[in-house]
Ligand binder design. Sequence first.
Ligand SMILES: O=C(O)[C@H](CS(=O)(=O)O)OP(=O)(O)O
Length: 235
Amino acid sequence: MNIQILQLLEGARAATGLTVVIDVFRAFSTACYVTEKGAEKIIPVGDIEKAYSLKEKHPDFILMGERNEKKPPRFDYGNSPTQLQNTDLKGKTIVHTTSSGTQGIAGAKGASEIITGSFVNAGAIINYIKSKNPKNVSLVCMGYACEFPTDEDTLCAEYIRNALLGQPNNFDNMKKTIWEGSGKRFFEPEKQEWAPKEDFNLCLELNKFNFVLKVEHENNYSYLNKITVLPQTNH
Ligand SMILES: O=C(O)[C@H](CS(=O)(=O)O)OP(=O)(O)O
């Protein structure tokens, strides 16, 4: 198995084979929490205008995501898993657009298959890749606003790669590095309204979910299909 770790939008564009588009803070952690809440479908889109036009055609769709970390105008929810904890999303279709994660999905045109990447379902991702045993795996770290690499996405890629290669991982050390590095932003008082400190822990709950989210295509949009991966093992 050839495994490459790629960065940012140019990395997504260069990805081939089974591609994991990684966005730990927060898009693809949030997508897992939304799926757990029973959402019927998540439609990831890069272009915010596409999100607005889907809402216009389907007023029952829910708009979720961020620009500059914050909930855009006329959106139902931002990108914070904490703020979704007490919402009922059963049976809902969610249109999700963010500055990094969903841009990566839109950009990974050369991938043979795309799944989302985060720590909350890392074990399922690893088992899924092992079960498919592809020749080429691309782990794409979307970073902050697709502009610079971040600790959490790069470490998540390394965690997945190490497990696939049978090498050890020290998640506690990784979490400490993230806390001291790019995770600091969740502890800034002025950001608590849209990026609360609780998001940090929710996004770093290792192996909370036993499913992967695979990008599938339908009509003229893509959606995330939940695939349960059993058994879930700790990596
Ligand atoms: O919502 C977030 O925290 C991030 C902000 S940014 O893209 O890193 O600027 O969005 P996401 O696309 O989930 O990384």
